[in-house]
Write a protein that binds this ligand. Sequence first.
Ligand code: GLC
Length: 528
Amino acid sequence: MTTSPTPWWYDAVVYQVYVRSFADGLPSPGDGIGDLPGITSRLPHLRELGVDALWITPFYTSPQKDHGYDVADYSDVDPLFGQLADFDTLLVTAHSLDLRVIVDLVPNHTSDQHAWFRAALAAAPGSPERARYLFREGRGADGSEPPNNWMSIFGGPAWTRLPDGSWYLHLFDSTQPDLDWRNPEVGDMFEGVLRSWLDRGVDGFRVDVAHGLYKEESLRDQVLPEKSAGKQAESMVERVVRDEPMWEQPEVHDVYRRWRRVLDSYDGDRMAVAEAWTQTAESMAEFIRPDELHQAFNFGWLSTPWSAADFAEVITGSIAAVSAAAAAPTWVLSNHDVVRHPTRYGGGPSGLARARAATLAMLALPGSAYLYQGEELGLEQVEVPPEARQDPSWFRTGEPGRDGCRVPLPWSGTAPPYGFGGADGTQPWIPQPEGWGDLTVEAQAADPDSTLAFYRRALATRREVFRGADDTTVAESDGDVLVVRRAGITVVLNAGTYPAALPEGEVLISSGPLPGDVLPPDTAAWIR
Ligand code: GLC
């Protein structure tokens, strides 16, 4: 095992590729769905953007009921996305461009098309095949009521009944049965999966629903505050502190200790980052203790409202929580599950100005930053028409769901599919809006004031001034202005409605124009 003093991931900027929506490269008459050859063909965009790594969402064999987060074979590529050889080509090409590659691991549940679940359905209640999942008898005289009151994150009960009367647990879609991690076969299977991708040369894993896996053994009812009884579960983003026998069980940490030993037994700095929607920053930090995973997404930062005081508090709290675990923080503003941040900040020109300002503040913070494809183009959440929606949660709840942040990227041209692929004119799997012609990579690359040009400058400046810099960071609010001091740089972000004074010094970069030596509202700058 060889590890460097400061491993690459410690302060990396990682770009999330949502595979279905990045680039459609397979020569088969464009199916309008992104794939591995598409990613490989667009790696130069990531190189030029200046990120250090990419995280690719699941491209494994899958019936795509949750667009890949329902895995039927963890060690193979779905034909929709290519073949294993295409993955190897992607990896070699990325490495030749100095880009690391993180793949997604989905251990909480399988697809209902996984060989294990098919075998479980074919076997009798009480069989070893069923013991890999959470099958239970129902309640009520005839067992016709679910075994407990848990609700699916995608809406409706978290249990589905089979014709033979047994129920199985699925915290997400009914096509995503939850595994029983108390069965040792499950842990052994995932160690094999981990090794199969490490052997291929991946640099790390993003661990899906890392706060799941284990459930309280009794599978007791969740104690609900009165107002939420009988309602669907809140999305992971909206969760409030409460009784959660399905999340954050102490046993899950032994899984990550085992994985850490596996990761450490390989050459290079192989890493894992947890998608753990924990209740507090402190419980997030438990996933990154020195013998567990390396990083956890900081969803506290993503959920912070547009307020200097709140930003300062989250920055200070996140840094304190991870320092207690002797780890480095991470920062994220957008991903494939949440409303894009320009839209969260109000949309339109001011939403975009705020998004750029928040991004610039984020890129000055110690640790690692995660970007979501399309944010470098300033894309907003798209209003996807009901007939085009595909998110399983839309089908279970009738709520718009997550399709609006998953619209395929515009690369070039003035009309859909904007160079996304499908030379034959095939339209992408989620329709792109009209009017994205000015937002394409091609159009923005030619415009020094574009959001793309701003991201490129910000990442280059980050490398120059913060790579290897001291992590000591002080964040506070001065009225409506967030002030962050680190490594001799002062970062200011004006979250108010009036211009603010700009500190003395050389402006290294700003998220928008700085007319008249003041810091306008919705603007951030780095000053040396
Ligand atoms: C994670 C993924 C999300 C997926 C869910 C179930 O939260 O980010 O997209 O639907 O897990 O796997």
